[in-house]
Design a protein around this ligand. Structure first.
Ligand code: PHE
Length: 457
C-alpha cells in the first residue's frame, strides 16, 4: 500500500477519489441490478437505501476512524488500538473476506473483458434478446474461454500490484470514473426512451412492500456493505493514508452518496431495457450481460458504445480488485514477514486457483454444490451476506466498547477544527443500535434465531 499515492491522499480530492475507486465497481453495475431484480425491485431498492444510509455510512465513518487513528493495515490497526487482545480477529475476517471475494469478482471482471473483445469483433451485431441470452450461457459454459479471461484479469492485476504502478492506475481512474458516469447517463437515456420502458421504471420506483422478507433485508444489507467496500478492512487500510485535514465525515458522506447514486443509475439503465426486451428481471448474475447488448444494438455505432462501456467497467472493476488484493498482500507482507513481491505472488496464485474453481462451477462443475449453492454463489453468499455484515458489526462493537468517546471525537473532528453536529447520536448508534440491528438481521436470516429461541424455551 506504500505506493497508493500517499502524496495525493493528503488532499481531500485524492482521498475521495481513492475511496471511490474501491467502492464503485461491479458491485454497483453488475451486482446491484441483479440483486434488485431477484428481490422484488423497488422494495429492495428502498431497503438498500435505508441500509446504506443508516448502517453503511456510520460503519464507514467508524472504519475511517480506526484507519486514520492507527495508521495501520486491517489487522495491525487492532493490535495498535487494543494491544495484546484478540480484536485483530476482525481484521483477519476482513483479509479472508477479501480473498474470497476475489475468487468470484475476478471471474466477473473476466466476463467484462470477454464482452469487450466481442464488441470489437462485431459479434454482438444483428441479434435478438434470445440470442444474447443463449450467447451468455454458451460463454460461461466454455471453460477454456472463461479461464482465459480470468487469467488475463489476474495477470493484469498482479502486474499492477507487483510493479507498483498504482499511481498511474489511480490517475487514469480519476479520468475514467467521470467518463464512466457520462457513458452510464447516455445509456440510461437510451434505455428509458425504449418502447415499454415505463414498466421498468415502475418495477424500480413503485415498491411493493409486501415483497420485503427477511431474505430481502439480508440481501439489501449485504449489498450495501459490498458496494461500499465496508466490513472488511479495505477502508481501514485506505484511511490510514488520509491526511490530517481530510474531513472524515464529509468524505464518508460523499462516497456513500456517489456510490449509491451509481447503483441507482445503473438500475435505471437496466430495468427499462429488461422490460422492453422481455427479459426476466430475476435472471440472476447474467442480467446485465444479457440486457445491455440489446441496448447497444439500438444505438448508432453500437459496437463502439459496447466497447467503451465494457472497458470502463473493467477499469472500475480493476480499481476495486487492486484494493482487495492489497488488503491480503499487505497482511501477508507485514504479519508473516514475507517480502511484498512474494506476498503478491502468493495472493495472485491463490486467486487463480479460487477463481478457476468458481469459474468452472458455473459450467462443467455445476452439479457440485455447497449448501445447495454453486461454488461461485457460495463465495458471493458467504462474503457479502455473512462476513462483511459480521465485520461491520464487530467494528461497531469494538469502537463502541473499547474506544474512549473523547478520542473518537477528536479524530473525527480533526482535533476540534471541524464540527460533527450529530456526534452523540452517531456514538450512541454505533455502540447500541447498529450492532444489534446487524446481529438481528443476521440471526434471523440464517435461522439461528429459531435455534436460540428453542434453546431458551
Ligand atoms: N465495492 C466494490 C464494488 O462495488 C467491491 C468491493 C467489496 C471492493 C469489498 C473492496 C472491498 O464493486
Amino acid at each position: 500500500m506504500e505506493n497508493i499515492g500517499r502524496a495525493t491522499f493528503g488532499s481531500k480530492f485524492g482521498a475521495l477519489m481513492a475511496t471511490l475507486g474501491t467502492a464503485v465497481g461491479l458491485g454497483n453495475i453488475w451486482r446491484f441490478p441483479y440483486m434488485c431484480g431477484a428481490n422484488g425491485g423497488g422494495a429492495f431498492l428502498f431497503v438498500f437505501l435505508l441500509c446504506a444510509l443508516l448502517l453503511g455510512l456510520p460503519v464507514m465513518i467508524t472504519e475511517f476512524f480506526i484507519g486514520r487513528h492507527s495508521k495501520k493495515n486491517a489487522t495491525g490497526a487492532f493490535d495498535v488500538l487494543a494491544p495484546g487482545t484478540h480484536w485483530n480477529v476482525i481484521g483477519f475476517n476482513g483479509v479472508l473476506a477479501a480473498f474470497l471475494i476475489l475468487g468470484f469478482y475476478t471471474v466477473v471482471s473476466g466476463w467484462t473483458m470477454g464482452y469487450m473483445f466481442q464488441s470489437l469483433s462485431g459479434s454482438l451485431n444483428g441479434k435478438t434478446a434470445d440470442d444474447f441470452t443463449s450467447d451468455f450461457s454458451l460463454f460461461i459454459s466454455s471453460a477454456p474461454r472463461l479461464m482465459f479471461w480470468t487469467v488475463i484479469v489476474v495477470i493484469m492485476t498482479h502486474y499492477i500490484i507487483y510493479s507498483g504502478v498504482k499511481k498511474g492506475i489511480e490517475r487514469s481512474a480519476k479520468f475514467m470514473m467521470p467518463l464512466l458516469f457520462i457513458v452510464l447517463f447516455a445509456l440510461t437515456i437510451r434505455s428509458i426512451t425504449l418502447p415499454g420502458a415505463k414498466a421498468g421504471l415502475q418495477f424500480l420506483f413503485n415498491p411493493d412492500f409486501s415483497k420485503i422478507t427477511s431474505a430481502t433485508i439480508l440481501s439489501a444489507m449485504g449489498q450495501s456493505f459490498f458496494s461500499l467496500s465496508i466490513g472488511m478492512g479495505c477502508l481501514i487500510t485506505y484511511s490510514s493514508y488520509f491526511g490530517k485535514t481530510t474531513n472524515i465525515q464529509t468524505t464518508a458522506f460523499q462516497v456513500t452518496l456517489l456510490d449509491t447514486f451509481v447503483a441507482v443509475l445503473a438500475s435505471v439503465m437496466i430495468f427499462p431495457a429488461v422490460f422492453s426486451f422481455g427479459i426476466q428481471p430475476t435472471a440472476g448474475a447474467e442480467l446485465v450481460f444479457i440486457t445491455l447488448p440489446n441496448v447497444f444494438e439500438q444505438l448508432p455505432l453500437g459496437n463502439l458504445w459496447a466497447f467503451v462501456f465494457y472497458l470502463l467497467l473493467a477499469v472500475a472493476a480493476i480499481t476495486s480488485i487492486i484494493s482487495l488484493h492489497e488488503v491480503v498482500t499487505l497482511y501477508i507482507h507485514e504479519e508473516h514477514h514475507v517480502t511484498r513481491k512474494k506476498a503478491a505472488i502468493y495472493v495472485s496464485a491463490g486467486i487463480l486457483v479460487l477463481a478457476s474453481i468458481s469459474s468452472l462451477s458455473l459450467g462443467i462443475w455445476k452439479e457440485y454444490t455447497l449448501f445447495g449453492l454453486t461454488f461461485f454463489d457460495f463465495l458471493d453468499y458467504i462474503t457479502a451476506k455473512i462476513m462483511l455484515p459480521f465485520g461491520g458489526m464487530m467494528i461497531c462493537i469494538f469502537v463502541g466498547r473499547r474506544i474512549e468517546k473523547k478520542i473518537l471525537k477528536e479524530e473525527l473532528t480533526n482535533k476540534g477544527t471541524t464540527s460533527f453536529y450529530f456526534f452523540n447520536i452517531y456514538a450512541f448508534f454505533i455502540k447500541h443500535i447498529a450492532p444489534v440491528a446487524i446481529g438481528l438481521i443476521f440471526l434471523y436470516e440464517t435461522g439461528l434465531i429459531h435455534w436460540i429461541m428453542n434453546l431458551l424455551n
